[in-house]
Design a protein. Structure first.
Length: 262
């Protein structure tokens, strides 16, 4: 027998001796543990996907049906609701979204026409974003520097804008913004107080002119939400502004009610 064959026999005998020290069930147990681990990983992955799907379905149902309470995932009621999501519900969601977009387009069109007729380009702007229809008014028009006392021209401009928008009966949020120039006075210790005071002043004027106070809210953001960097006099003047926001959620709620009456 050759030396190579002798070495091979020795290795086989060594392997046999080693295997005798391992209980036979160990290999089967290890396979079972591995399979269980893979099984639970798959369950976790599937459960995460289903939760996300349910969250999207739940939000769509709430919007389309005007429901305040949609059952949670995992309950019998929740599972029943999932089975009832059909083409009609999807169509309702799409229709509400289209109605909201049309209404915001009408608001923007009315303000654009007002700006053009009154030659206020650069002083009053209107656009839409995730908040809703946003009318931006430069504080150069409305307030003197470092003050929340509205100018006569600013009051007149705001009243004109409000007269245009009275036909749109939605919740409104008034947001005050400043540039990053510090202010330290007894009345306004910082830009927080200045921006909030300016927003409140606009809100008071709207209420005095007949806007329902229960549909009005006020926020001051100081210098922390600039639309352009505060790197020049021109940019800082753009960041000093009042934004009157016709809120998307309020418009959507009204559209849902209209759709349900059809």
């Amino acid at each position: 027998m050759s030396e190579h064959e002798d070495n091979l026999d020795d290795e086989i005998e060594y392997a046999i001796e080693e295997s005798r020290g391992i209980a036979p069930w160990i290999i089967t147990f290890a396979d079972m543990v591995t399979l269980l681990m893979v099984f639970f990983i798959l369950l976790f992955a599937i459960g995460t996907v289903e939760q996300e799907k349910w969250r999207q379905i739940k939000e769509s149902l709430r919007v389309a049906l005007g429901a305040d309470n949609v059952e949670e995932l995992g309950t019998k009621q929740g599972l029943d609701v999932i089975t009832q999501v059909d083409e009609q519900t999807v169509h309702a969601v799409d229709e509400v979204g289209a109605m909201v977009n049309r209404e915001m387009a009408d608001i923007i069109s009315e303000v654009d026409e007002f700006v053009f007729k009154n030659k206020l380009s650069g002083q009053v702007e209107v656009a839409s974003d995730e908040r809703g229809a946003v009318i931006t008014i430069s504080d150069v028009v409305v307030f003197p520097p470092g003050s929340a006392d509205m100018t006569a021209k600013g009051r007149k401009t705001l009243r004109q804008v409000f007269d245009v928008l009275k036909q749109f009966n939605y919740n409104v949020k008034v947001e005050g913004h400043t540039d990053n120039t510090p202010i330290h006075t007894l009345r306004y210790p910082s830009n927080w107080e200045l921006s909030a005071s300016r927003a409140a002043e606009v809100a008071h004027m709207l209420i005095d002119d007949g806007f329902p106070p229960e549909r009005l809210s006020v926020e001051g953001f100081a210098e922390f939400r600039p639309i352009v960097p505060n790197t020049s006099v021109k940019n800082r003047s753009r960041n000093r502004r009042i934004e009157v926001v016709y809120q998307r959620g309020s418009i959507r709620k009204r559209m849902v009610k209209i759709l349900k009456r059809k």
